[in-house]
Design a protein around this ligand. Structure first.
Ligand SMILES: [Zn+2]
Length: 413
């Protein structure tokens, strides 16, 4: 393609390699095709002049950009994941370049009549006049999180070519399997050696996140008794009716479809029922630790109360914590958020600070000793055919990375 910007070329070279992860696999990376991009990235980091480039047995990539100042500066890191979501296929991505976007419908796929429309995805209108990269309607794009990788590599290349920008030591980390919740668990925080880091894995330009849910999963088992229905009077216990008692005992409006912002919820994710036994799966989410604990306590109380009401041990519950709000780990080192905010403001980007209604690799890393807020990578509509990314947002993210590096060195003078 004619005279394409290097950042677009780089991004396309990543998204056209299929790296879909697989939650049913036990290996790391979960799919061997992730090696295809991992190996390429390691080579590319060497090629642009990064030091200590390493790729371990689980495909975790690390690299260093040495400090170019004499004074002591904290070591900071930038992290992205190279797998794509198993929610939608990432094979044979065929990106479309929409230059000077006119704010109208974008035909992604003529044959199948797939349209990316601002009537439905209003955010598109933020990018009138910009260059969008979209799918052809048959795959996801992989901006989540190959946009983040593109931005980090491009920023490192820029800093290497512009030694007049003063910065401390910078670490780069690329991980597999973030989309299946296993991006952080084999991340060697000690080897990485950063004082703090940022995941470049947010969405819209300006996003800066350091709060996520506290999360637990609950499994409720309801025991019944199967008897021939013709002879069941006074004998059969149909666990499914008892299950509905449990479901209705929890506040109906504290569910994902009725909550937003800082409101937590109980989410019934599955019912597996027979007369003999019914299993309910829930996830419990709350940003506030006290409220999170109260939600777990309520589920236990409902279990006990129902057993008392029916004078039998019909209900049992197992609750397992999954992850915690990184705010608890970031708040004591709040300057790491301030620096990112200052970097954005100084570049004319309005910071959008809001709580994540989910978890990130950064929340796990924060609890592993590496405080790790999340910054926008620029894409929208992740995990599906309507995913797109404005090139200008990726370029701004590159600038944010360079500016954070510069400010960190300045602040420690
Ligand atoms: Zn992501």
């Amino acid at each position: 393609m004619r005279n394409m910007k290097p950042i677009i070329k780089r991004f396309i070279s990543y998204i056209t390699i299929d790296t879909e992860s697989d939650p049913t696999s036990d290996t790391t990376p979960s799919t061997s095709k992730q090696w295809d991009l991992a190996n390429k990235l390691a080579e590319e980091l060497k090629a642009i002049g990064m030091s200590d480039v390493s790729i371990d047995d689980n495909a975790y990539i690390m690299a260093t950009l040495p400090s170019n100042v004499d004074h002591k500066v904290p070591t900071i890191g930038f992290i992205s994941h190279f797998d794509t979501s198993p929610d939608f296929t990432g094979a044979n991505v065929n990106p479309q370049l929409i230059e000077n976007y006119d704010g109208k419908d974008i035909m992604l796929n003529k044959e199948e009549g797939i349209i990316l429309s601002p009537d439905y995805f209003e955010d598109l209108l933020l990018y009138k006049g910009q260059t969008l990269i979209t799918t052809d309607g048959t795959t996801l794009l992989g901006a989540d999180d190959k946009a983040g990788i593109t931005e980090i590599v491009t920023a490192m290349e820029y800093l290497i070519n512009h030694p007049e920008i003063k910065h401390g030591e910078i670490k780069v980390g690329f991980t597999p399997d973030e989309e299946i919740g296993r991006g952080a668990h084999k991340f060697d925080v000690e080897k990485f050696g950063a004082d703090w880091a940022y995941t470049m894995d947010g969405s819209q330009i300006g996003e800066l996140e350091y709060e996520n849910f506290n999360a637990a999963g609950a499994v409720v088992k309801i025991k019944g008794k199967i008897v021939h229905p013709g002879y069941a009077k006074g004998k059969m216990v149909n666990s499914m009716y008892y299950a509905s008692e449990f479901i209705n005992a929890l506040p109906r409006l504290e569910t994902p479809e009725h909550t937003e912002g800082y409101q937590g919820f109980f989410h019934l994710t599955s019912i597996d029922g027979k007369v003999e036994e019914t299993t309910l799966q829930y996830i419990i989410r709350d940003h506030n630790m006290d409220k999170f604990e109260a939600r777990k306590a309520l589920m236990k109380k409902v279990t006990e109360d129902l057993n008392t009401k029916f004078e039998a041990d019909i209900f049992s519950i197992t609750i397992t914590d999954q992850y915690y709000n990184m705010r608890q780990k970031v708040e004591p080192v709040m300057h790491i958020v301030d620096i990112a905010e200052e970097a954005m403001t100084s570049l004319g980007i309005k910071p959008l600070i809001k709580p994540i209604r989910g978890g990130t690799d950064g929340s796990q890393l924060s609890y592993m000793g590496l405080p790790c807020p999340n910054i926008f990578a620029g894409g929208h509509n992740f995990h599906g055919r309507y995913e797109y990314v404005p090139v200008e947002s990726m370029e701004k993210a590159v600038k944010v990375i360079c500016k954070i590096a510069e400010l960190t060195a300045l602040r420690s003078l």
